[in-house]
Write a protein that binds this ligand. Sequence first.
Ligand SMILES: [Zn+2]
Length: 270
Amino acid sequence: MRWVLLFLPWLLYALPSSDPRPGGVVIEPLPSNLTVTSVRFVNREGIVFFGEGRWWALAPIPLDVGMGTYTLRFYRRGKEVWRKLVKVRDYRYPQQHLRIKNRRKVIPNPADIRRIRKEAPRKRRAKAFHRDRNPDLNFIWPLKGHISSLFGLRRFFNGKPRAPHRGIDIAAKEGRPVRAVADGVVADAGNFFFSGNLLFLEHGKGVMTLYAHLSRYVVKPGERVKKGQIIGYVGHTGRATGPHLHFGVLIRGVYVDPMIFLPDKRAKKR
Ligand SMILES: [Zn+2]
């Protein structure tokens, strides 16, 4: 019994595992004799976090990074103190063809394009927000439902190639509650042309989750939220074929596969 109680926190807290592919992450334990303040990989900023009694490096890999061997660099106050070679494996995401009834969401008119351009800096600002707080990477599902679309799919809307899918879609009825996957703060909340009603939560060190196409949200920018708290409701605002939650994960502004951070890895099978 005592043995079970002793190990219970470790059984409940499972760190995500390293998954070096485009749209994946590198997770490496830090050498115990080194103080590391920042890490870089494929020219992007990663994070240093504490979990399971030790320090780790977590670096995002953008979707457009090709396979190959890259250097994970460790710094202490700007000075490189250690490095490690990491192989990024090849992964070709499948294509997805979708039909959108609202043609303007596929070929925006000039007024829409002006709106999209105006929204871009706001999204960039939201994605750049980060606090010096250790993130909880043991996410819960934001909502239960069938995963209708996986991360990374090379998308075609009405036959036109568009940006790859940078999150997962969870199909659910309009109005179903959506919950915060971990403690965090609302980095931004607003209505956007493609994303519809959109929420950004920051969980610490620039680990972020986003929730799109909501019918409405019930938290405001700057508000602190608790893991499991209702933050909004499923909808189909923006560019959506039907009611669903688009759920995204960003590490220091880079979109990575949310499945890496969600429990029940059986759902990971493609
Ligand atoms: Zn989506």
